[in-house]
Design a protein around this ligand. Structure first.
Ligand SMILES: *[C@@H]1O[C@H](CO)[C@@H](O)[C@H](O)[C@H]1NC(C)=O
Ligand SMILES: *[C@@H]1O[C@H](CO)[C@@H](O)[C@H](O)[C@H]1NC(C)=O
Ligand SMILES: [Zn+2]
Length: 254
């Protein structure tokens, strides 16, 4: 098992434990004490026949080229962005704005790609607020969806996210592992083939697929092939919000 799958599994176990262990009954807390509920962790889409392709770790050099590809297919995707990772978000502000204006979904992926479960609560909070401020400067809003780096979450992180009005921590059910074979798009593409070749899956809850737009081969070669395959197989290529049936008005806050 790869370190990434292991982290996702750990996240699953934490999430399951949390959901079972901590039901908050409204009768236990009066209105003045009522806390915002913790963010949900999700791994899959709920709407059958959807696929939400997620591109992490940008914005970077290939964001605009990827947007051209998405536009040419008339499909939407989800971008989980950092503040300072491969690039600095302020240097790519025009690309960030374009992602938003063209109807793709933007989610928070921490300021500089930290495992939030490994930080003090003050440092974890700073990872969130620093990037929220950058988004607000560029877009006028900030996301309510986030992807925890490495898929790593625990109860404390989900509480913190809920308090900051995040609704959804997005993990994934399918990992292209593109980072481990950055120039071999066929290796990533075969992950899509395994997922989509058997079209029985179209009647099942949809898929959330992980890859990284900071990898040129992923953004410019894999993405169009994967999208075309999904469309040929009859899938709807949509954002994470859409694949959960969550209206666009809920994706961002001020
Ligand atoms: C969360 O939303 C509530 C109600 O809309 C608002 O009062 C509160 O300030 C928000 N919290 C943050 C951290 O933005
Ligand atoms: C998927 O189908 C294509 C076309 O039929 C085939 O070439 C490919 O080997 C299949 N891949 C997998 C992983 O099933
Ligand atoms: Zn990442």
């Amino acid at each position: 098992m790869s370190p990434f799958s292991r982290l996702a599994l750990v996240a699953t176990l934490f999430a399951t434990a949390f959901v079972c262990a901590a039901p908050v009954s409204p009768s236990q807390s009066g209105p003045s004490l009522q806390k915002r509920s913790a963010a949900n962790v999700i791994y899959q889409c709920t709407i059958p026949g959807t696929i939400a392709i997620t591109f992490d770790d940008g914005p970077f050099l290939y964001t605009n080229g990827l947007l051209d590809i998405l536009k040419s297919r008339n499909v939407k995707a989800t971008f989980f962005m950092n503040g300072q990772n491969y690039g600095n978000i302020n240097d790519f502000a025009a690309s960030v704005k374009r992602v938003y204006d063209e109807g793709h979904q933007i989610g928070h992926h921490t300021w500089d790609h930290q495992d939030l479960t490994a930080l003090s609560s003050a440092d974890a909070l700073a990872e969130m607020t620093k990037l929220e401020d950058a988004f607000k400067n560029i877009l006028g809003v900030r996301p309510r969806y986030m992807r925890p780096p490495f898929g790593s979450v625990n109860a404390a992180v989900l509480e913190m996210l809920g308090e900051r009005n995040y609704t959804t921590a997005v993990v994934w059910d399918t990992d292209t592992m593109d980072w481990s074979h950055p120039t071999d798009f066929q290796a990533s593409y075969s992950v899509y083939e395994s997922l989509l070749n058997n079209t029985d899956g179209i009647n099942q809850p949809g898929h959330i697929v992980l890859e990284h737009e900071v990898n040129q081969v992923t953004a410019l070669q894999l993405a169009p092939m994967a999208i075309d395959l999904a469309l040929i197989k009859g899938y709807k290529v949509v954002t994470v919000g859409e694949c959960l049936g969550d209206p666009q008005a809920n994706w961002y806050t001020v």
